[in-house]
Design a binder for this molecule. Structure first.
Ligand SMILES: [Zn+2]
Length: 103
C-alpha cells in the first residue's frame, strides 16, 4: 500500500509514513508507522540507516521494533514484551506530546 494521501495531508510536514502497513508479529494488528520529519532529516544528513523505531500499543502494552531504511521501507520487525516507563514529569510530558501530535 502506498503512503496514504489523506494521512499525509492531515499531518503536513510533521511525519512521514513508511510505505506499507506493518503487522505486529505478536498481536497481528496492522499499523501505519511514521517517523517525524525532523528525525528523518537528521537521519538523512548522517546516513544512520536502518533506523530503529518503536511503536507502542496493545493490552497488555508491548512494542514493535521496526528497522526502517532510507527509502522508508521496514526492513525487519521485532517484538518487545517487556516495557518500562519512568515515572517522572519529563517522561509524562513527552508521552502526552506524542499522544497529542501525530508522530
Ligand atoms: Zn502488537
Amino acid at each position: 500500500m502506498a503512503i496514504s494521501s489523506k494521512r499525509k495531508e492531515n499531518y503536513g510536514d510533521l511525519k512521514q509514513n513508511v510505505k506499507h502497513m506493518q503487522v505486529c508479529p505478536l498481536c497481528k494488528e496492522k499499523f501505519e508507522i511514521g517517523i517525524e520529519s525532523n528525525t528523518l532529516k537528521e537521519l538523512s544528513e548522517y546516513g544512520k540507516f536502518p533506523y530503529p523505531h518503536i511503536h507502542l500499543h496493545g493490552n497488555p502494552l508491548h512494542a514493535m521494533l521496526c528497522y526502517i531504511d532510507k527509502n522508508l521501507t521496514v526492513r525487519s520487525v521485532g517484538v518487545i514484551n517487556s516495557v518500562e516507563i519512568s515515572r517522572n514529569i519529563d517522561t509524562f510530558q513527552q508521552l502526552m506530546m506524542k499522544w497529542a501530535n501525530p508522530y
